[in-house]
Design a protein around this ligand. Structure first.
Ligand code: URA
Length: 241
């Protein structure tokens, strides 16, 4: 890979900025100052330093966001802010996109990455990756609703019946709380399933996707790279393991 391409990918500037930077003599490859930004390097083998600090090539980036309400899960929106507006500048050049969608008013776990293959494996309807949500709904949720969720619904405008979903009741009253696990991602799926039971979702928070759990220390709006362990678990789940 060309040195300028690698450094550009890591956010050190455009190719012409990098040409200048390298000419200034601040970039070293295997301990030697280089002056030509077009040379080829092996990101796996060569030690690249900029201003005497080693830089590591990262092709794919994986960030966990605790999405706040009010943001659209997309890379662009003509009107509203998107989840990409929450990404710190240091990651801005990675061409990130959200893996799956959370409604504008929904909160919680959202994975952002530039790894299209992994994203596809996690969101493809064929792979049935479970997604768990905490929900607060208007009305009394009972075992009757839990049975309906398990049996499946034919939602308006959909040909297929929803796949069996798990509804675990946490509290019952005029407002009830529950955890719902679904293995597909139809448009507004959980809201529409409750609507089919005559109930309105007041609050929806995603708490897990496959093996990835929302970090309880991550405040709404905060973002952090996945840990090695989270990455390994996610790759395993995406490969069908
Ligand atoms: N179900 C919904 O209704 N909305 C979401 O954002 C996710 C699941």
């Amino acid at each position: 890979m060309r040195l300028d391409k690698m450094l550009a990918h890591l956010g050190f500037g455009t190719r012409s900025q990098l040409k200048k930077l390298v000419r200034e003599g601040v970039v070293m490859v295997n301990g030697e100052v280089v002056t030509d930004s077009s040379i080829h390097v092996d990101p796996e083998e060569d030690v690249i330093q900029v201003w005497e600090e080693e830089v590591k090539y990262i092709q794919h980036l994986y960030l966990m966001l605790n999405k706040p309400a009010g943001y659209i899960s997309a890379t662009y929106d003509p009107v509203d802010s998107t989840v990409l507006d929450l990404v710190p500048k240091e990651y801005a050049h990675f061409n990130l996109f959200p893996v799956g969608r959370l409604d504008k008013d929904a909160v919680g776990l959202l994975l952002l990455t530039n790894d299209g293959k992994l994203a596809h494996r996690l969101t493809s309807p064929r792979h049935h990756v479970p997604k768990r949500y905490f929900v607060r709904v208007e009305g009394r949720v009972t075992e009757r609703e839990a049975r309906k969720f398990a049996e499946g619904f034919r939602l308006d405008g959909e040909e297929d019946i929803t796949l069996p979903a798990q509804l675990v009741i946490l509290s019952q009253g005029d407002v009830s709380e529950a955890e719902v696990t679904i293995t597909e991602g139809k448009y507004h799926q959980i809201k529409r399933m409750f609507q089919a039971c005559g109930m309105k979702v007041l609050y929806l928070k995603r708490i897990s996707m496959g093996p990835l759990r929302l970090d309880p220390h991550l405040e709404e709006g905060e973002i952090r790279p996945l840990t090695e362990d989270e990455m390994n678990d996610l790759r395993e789940a995406a490969s069908g393991g």
